[in-house]
Design a protein around this ligand. Structure first.
Ligand code: AVI
Length: 321
């Protein structure tokens, strides 16, 4: 098997500087990428099997039922790149259908990624697998050095794009286009707008796993930034905002309290929020417009039960421009 893992320099400084900046802002916020320490990765996997969080299962079912058509629309490719690959479970079906020579997976949670990518490499002896433990939003361009093949497909499933604002999403999709070059394609999965009750339940599961995932962020800060959050004094609060078209996930302070983080102190009023995540939901035409503003041209679309996959290649003007 051909497998290599490269861990980019630690995200410790980034965690410190971004968390301190987010806590000093009004409203207070912390980027969702910091959910994914080891416990956070495990909790996210548990969210994906909760009965209310149908997003992951719906995408899997869509992939399973439409894969032959999707593979035919993509055609022959040499390489799949998956940013935010996590446990690499989603890319397996695509690897088997497209049989590329190279797979490049990127994730901020390096150790989870390395284990999953090594096992995938073990199952596909002809496949050259490279795993990069990196914050791809910061360091995406560094992945270029690890790409050898020409016809590249970026695979970005799971509605992860919904965790960026529409403007940030367009910027990221433009960087994906640069990474894969003129012959590159993009296969992307996103959650569709739907009955807000269904969305509300998905982010407020009865078993409390999403709440534990949200609160785990505070435990991570206690451990890694020498903070003293009392997670019993914060409430997980998630709701659908129909004007913005997004789920908002908050941690709301249940007391007047002050918290130490990395040697600084921050005051939380009773009822004050710490915003931890946005999860945008789209209509197909809305998403295609965002991707098109980043130079991608819609080539195929598949939908099932409130979830969509779109396939893009490069708009000619964008390639020349
Ligand atoms: C990773 N991301 C697409 C998930 C979402 O639905 O926004 C993260 C998540 N947050 C709460 N539940 C799941």
């Amino acid at each position: 098997m051909t497998f290599r893992f490269v861990e980019f320099p630690s995200t410790g400084d980034e965690l410190r500087s971004e968390v301190l900046a987010g806590l000093a802002a009004s409203p207070k916020s912390i980027p969702p990428k910091f959910f994914y320490d080891e416990a956070g990765c495990r909790l996210f996997e548990a969210i994906c099997v909760q009965p209310e969080y149908v997003l992951t299962r719906t995408e899997q079912a869509l992939m399973a039922s439409k894969l032959p058509g999707i593979a035919a629309a993509i055609g022959a490719i040499d390489c799949i790149v998956e940013p935010g690959a996590g446990d690499c479970s989603k890319v397996r079906a695509l690897v088997e259908a497209l049989r590329p020579g190279q797979l490049l997976v990127l994730d901020i949670a390096g150790s989870t990624l390395a284990q999953a990518a090594a096992s995938l490499a073990g199952d596909h002896p002809g496949l050259q697998v490279t795993a990069l433990g990196m914050d791809f939003v910061h360091a995406l361009e560094a992945a270029q050095a690890y790409l050898s093949a020409n016809r590249r497909l970026i695979y970005y499933p799971g509605s992860s794009i919904g965790n960026f604002s529409p403007i940030e999403a367009a910027v990221l999709l433009g960087r994906y286009r640069q990474l894969v070059g003129e012959e590159g394609q993009l296969l992307i999965g996103f959650d569709l707008k739907k009955d807000p009750d269904l969305l509300h339940r998905a982010y407020n599961d009865a078993a409390g796993v999403t709440a534990a995932f949200n609160l785990n962020l505070l435990q991570r800060l206690n451990r890694e930034l020498d903070a003293d959050f009392d997670s019993g004094k914060f409430r997980h609060y998630a709701f659908y905002n129909p004007i913005e078209g997004r789920i908002e996930m908050h941690l709301i302070s249940l007391a007047e309290q002050s918290v130490g983080v990395a040697g600084r102190r921050f005051h939380f009023h009773l009822g004050e929020t710490l915003l931890t995540e946005h999860s945008y939901k789209f209509r197909c035409d809305e998403f295609a417009a965002i991707a098109s503003s980043a130079g991608w041209r819609l080539k195929g679309e598949w939908q099932q039960d409130g979830f969509a996959l779109q396939l893009f290649d490069q708009a000619i003007d964008a390639v020349r421009g």
